[in-house]
Design a binder for this molecule. Structure first.
Ligand SMILES: Cc1cc2nc3c(=O)[nH]c(=O)nc-3n(C[C@H](O)[C@H](O)[C@H](O)COP(=O)(O)OP(=O)(O)OC[C@H]3O[C@@H](n4cnc5c(N)ncnc54)[C@H](O)[C@@H]3O)c2cc1C
Length: 404
């Protein structure tokens, strides 16, 4: 029996602190959705959960994708700036957490505008331009429709094949580079976003009935998850568990059973469908704000914000992803994220390697074409340094993790 000992200290569970409604709903859904058979050995021993590994032979590996997280050093830019006659509301630079924060970040930035003295004279029927059609742009446009803005233009150089479509789909505030002073704000925004997705997952959201699901999210320890600030507010405490892969390999992990999976490509489609009759989509590259006739502009330009704003704190973080195919969907009803020590790529770039797996599906794909594995975090890497060998390393690490 291979037994990898990475057990954590457990955190204190204060029953009075968590919100009963969400906890009950998500707990019930987690149990229903999960194919994992749990057994308790005895007393305080961690629960043993039998997890069948996904099929990872070459025949089961589908599309390989390279994509780039728009990370801003210090914190995402969520602020309002006055440039001449224009009010620019920035909402970019969310690194590896754009989906985790998206709905909350949109609310936060629209709130900033609505409470800003400069914006009080702007009528809800005046034109508003949202630059960018990724998850941040679409959630910002969505939020503006909810606040009654009726003349919204979403202007973007590209609408398809964006980082936002490719992203894995785990709700966890990871792969960011935040100043400690900003962390409480980021946590509040993430907690707000959790509430949005939990409502979608519970089938109680007014506009979206798919695109997010509750399921166990497994990490090696609590601090790496970034989710501890959510516990007691919207999430239940993590549990110590042992994952048993049924092949002699067991791993000590922690589980947030009310983790949230966001089906990113599906949710992008749903956001588009919701917005298509309410906003105007315009394909164009914005070189400078003065080209736009509207006074109020929301800047959700992701990596494009570096050039658009002359923001030198923007950096791209390359990621490698492989879609899986011909899987048994019942074996892909949880999420796993583990990190490995830093290394160097063949091109000499520093790489933070991890293994993660989420039950992502592409819109319209066959039921068995489910699952995405990742991934790498390579700061500053570009399409000119694709680090292609990382795909093989990723598969090899995934097989090692499961002992297959
Ligand atoms: C491998 C990988 C895995 C990930 N997994 C997760 C995950 O599990 N959970 C999570 O929360 N996040 C994850 N992320 C992060 C997430 O994908 C990003 O934070 C998010 O997609 C960023 O969204 P965005 O809207 O800012 O940028 P983008 O999706 O890049 O969209 C930017 C938009 O701006 C437009 N644009 C740019 N410049 C201009 C311009 N000058 N004029 C007009 N339009 C312009 C672009 O055309 C595009 O429409 C992952 C990212 C990667 C790379």
């Amino acid at each position: 029996m291979k037994y990898i000992n990475n057990i954590n200290t457990s955190s204190v569970y204060n029953r009075r602190t968590f919100i009963a409604t969400i906890a009950t709903t998500v707990g019930a859904i987690a149990l229903a959705a999960c194919n994992i058979k749990a057994e308790k050995d005895s007393g305080n021993d961690p629960e043993v959960r039998n997890v069948t590994p996904p099929r990872l032979d070459t025949a089961y590996l589908g599309q390989k994708t390279l994509c780039y997280r728009p990370m801003r050093k210090g914190s995402p830019n969520m602020s309002v700036e006055i440039v001449g006659e224009k009010i620019i509301a920035h909402n970019y630079g969310h690194g590896g957490s754009g989906w985790t924060l998206g709905p909350g970040s949109a609310k936060y930035v629209v709130d900033l505008v609505e409470t800003s003295a400069n914006a009080t004279s702007i009528s809800k029927s005046a034109p508003v331009v949202v630059v960018g059609a990724g998850v941040l742009g679409l959630f910002t446009a969505y939020e503006l429709t909810l606040r009654g803005f009726s003349n919204i233009i979403v202007a973007a150089s590209s609408f398809d094949g964006l980082t936002s479509h490719n992203a894995g789909g785990l709700l966890a505030p990871v792969s960011m580079d935040n100043n400690p002073s900003m962390q409480p704000v980021i946590d509040r925004i993430g907690i707000d976003a959790y509430r949005f997705y939990a409502e979608v997952a519970a089938g109680k959201h007014a506009h979206f009935s798919k695109g997010a699901r509750i399921m166990p999210a497994y990490f090696e320890n609590r601090s790496e998850s970034g989710l501890e600030p959510y516990v007691g507010k919207v999430m239940q405490p993590a549990k110590d568990v042992i994952l048993d892969f049924g092949n002699g390999t067991r791993r000590n992990m922690i589980s947030y059973d009310d983790g949230i999976f966001m089906d990113t490509a599906v949710m992008m489609q749903l956001l588009h469908d919701y917005l298509k009759d309410k906003v105007t989509f315009e394909q164009r590259k914005v070189e400078r704000y003065s080209e736009l006739t509207s006074t109020l502009i929301f800047d959700c330009s992701g990596l494009g914000a570096g050039a658009l704003n002359g923001d030198n704190d923007m950096v791209s973080v390359q990621g490698h992803l492989i879609m899986l195919r011909d899987q048994l969907p019942a074996n892909l009803q949880s999420m796993i994220l583990v990190y490995f020590p830093k290394g160097k790529t063949v091109s000499g770039q520093e790489v933070k390697r991890s293994f993660y797996i989420f039950p992502k599906q592409l819109p319209g794909s066959a039921v068995n074409d489910i699952g995405v594995v990742g991934g790498t975090f390579i700061e500053g890497a570009t399409p000119e340094t694709p680090n292609i060998e990382e795909f093989d390393i990723l598969v090899s690490n995934a097989r090692k993790f499961y002992g297959v």
